[in-house]
Ligand binder design. Structure first.
Ligand SMILES: Nc1ncnc2c1ncn2[C@@H]1O[C@H](COP(=O)(O)OP(=O)(O)OP(=O)(O)O)[C@@H](O)[C@H]1O
Ligand SMILES: [Mg+2]
Length: 269
């Protein structure tokens, strides 16, 4: 039967398209996005199975952050479909969009901590805004989450007093504190030394393995990608020119990908 029912207010918003299978938590279908003449995304499709980590690789300015912003509805595609948990995020507005957003943690490329607040105050501000937990519950959640990233000692410190790696880990704690089902990581390890890259990447893997959190991570960093990724996708000129496991990408004959792997391995990520 081919009947489109848009009358039920409680029905998930699908825009009349067939939703992805239940075990696909995020799906992009044929996404195009331009800013003026700049055609950044030119037909991006991506399926993220529940509980898995997808990694998007690509050069600076290739559109990685633009891509990830579509998943939380911060950008709307010119064309294509954005599915999160069986709903069309590109069609959602208002409360319905907010509800989906609350199940998504977002580690921003720039960190997104308030400089004028301590680590603890940053966390509390976020909980105050988005939850109705009691004061005690909030305090417990803050202490537990910061403990999870091994930074309890920084609770009373200001972001300016933290190292780059500590800031990333606190950013991670902030992304996790609302207990999301999905986390989007925009450059979680950029600018870190190899040991910190491992620490942050291991944390991301732990969140997947212990809590079943699905993720999409953007990175330039092969060490991080090798630890985090279940599947990788290489973005170039608005399209994924290769997708697969790390070994599959390494074996790619595509010159751009060979350059990427050769360059970063040769000169350090
Ligand atoms: N809000 C916007 N308005 C206009 N142009 C934008 C906007 N956001 C991104 N762009 C453009 O889209 C392109 C891709 O930007 P994006 O930030 O996604 O790159 P990126 O792959 O994340 O790069 P980097 O690795 O440096 O973070 C750039 O040319 C950028 O100028
Ligand atoms: Mg970016």
């Amino acid at each position: 039967m081919d009947v489109l029912d848009t009358t039920q207010p409680t029905a998930p918003v699908t825009g009349g398209s067939t939703p992805p299978p239940e075990d696909t938590i995020v799906e992009l279908r044929g996404i195009h996005k331009s800013f003026g003449e700049n055609h950044v995304l030119r037909g991006i499709s991506l399926s993220v199975p529940k509980g898995s980590s997808a990694v998007v690789l690509g050069g600076s300015g290739s559109g990685k952050s633009v891509l990830i912003r579509h998943i939380v509805g911060l950008l709307k595609p010119d064309r294509g479909e954005v599915w999160v948990k069986g709903q069309r995020v590109d069609l959602l507005e208002g409360n319905a969009l907010d509800r989906v957003r609350l199940s998504i943690g977002y580690l921003f490329q720039g960190g997104a901590l308030f400089d004028s607040m301590t680590v603890e105050e940053n966390m509390r501000f976020y909980l105050d805004r988005h939850t109705k937990l009691s004061k005690g519950e909030k305090q417990d959640r803050i202490e537990q989450t910061v403990e999870d990233v091994n930074l309890s000692k920084t609770l009373k410190q200001f972001p300016a007093e933290l190292s780059g790696g500590q800031k990333k880990r606190i950013g991670l704690a902030r992304a996790v504190i609302l207990e999301p089902e999905i986390i989007l990581y925009d450059e979680p390890t950029t600018g870190l030394d190899p040991i910190s890259i491992r620490v942050v990447s291991d944390l991301i893997v732990r969140l997947r393995d212990e809590r079943g959190i699905s993720s999409v991570a953007i990175t330039h960093d092969l060490l991080a990608a090798s630890i985090i990724a279940d599947d990788l996708h290489f973005l170039y000129q608005g399209r994924f020119i290769e997708s697969g496991s790390l070994d599959e990408l390494r074996a790619s004959e595509e010159p751009i990908i060979k350059d990427f792997f050769y360059g970063t391995e040769q000169y350090g990520a």
